[in-house]
Design a binder for this molecule. Sequence first.
Ligand code: 3PG
Length: 213
Amino acid sequence: MQSKHNKALRGVLTRVGVVPVLTIGTVDEGVALVRALVTGGLAIIEVTLRTEAALATIRRIRAELPDVLVGAGTVLTPEQGADALTAGARFIVSPGMTPRLMEAAERWPVPFLPGAATASEAMALADLGYSVLKFFPAEALGGAAALKALSAPLAHISFCPTGGIDASNAATYLALPNVAAVGGSWVAPAKLVAKQDWAGITALAETAAALRG
Ligand code: 3PG
C-alpha cells in the first residue's frame, strides 16, 4: 500500500520543488506562517513534531486552510505517526527508518517519506516499494555531489534532501535527475517569524516556488 502512496507523493513533490520544514512556536504563529508561505506559492508544508504546538497547528491548518497539503515531520515512532494522523496530517516524514516504523507505515492511509543516508538504506527502502526518500542530513552527507554519485547506481530512486539547504544551493540540488524536491527551514527564518514579517516570508516563498518554475 505504501508503495502506491509514496509514488503519488513523488509526483506531488516533483511538481512543487520546495517543501518548507517548520518548527512551530505557537499555533497562531504557525497558522500565520503557513498562510504567508502559501501566499508565496508553497502549498506543501512539513510541520515537524519537535514542539508542543505541532499537532494542534496541523489540526488548525486542516480546518482553516483546507487546500494546503500539510504533513508531519520528525516522526520517529509509530505512536507519533498515529498522533499525526489523528491531527490530520496528509503525509508523514521521518529522518530515518526503523523496522517498527516501516511496519506501521504499511497501515497508514497517507504517504510516508522515510529517510535514508546511505546506499544500503536507500536500497532497503526501495525493496519495500519506496521510490522517493528523504536524504538527511543532506549537506553533512556530501550534499548535491553525494546525491549525484548515488544517481548512477540507484537511478530508480528519487530523493528529497533536507538539512543545510537554502537559497544558495537549492537550485543545484533541483538540477539533479534524482531530486524530486528539496526541503528546509530557510524559507521561514526564525528572525522573520519573531518579527511576524509575513510579507518577508511570502517573498522568500515566491523565490523558492520559482525554482521549479
Ligand atoms: C529537517 O528536519 O528536515 C531538517 O531539520 C531541516 O533542516 P534545515 O533546518 O537545515 O533546513
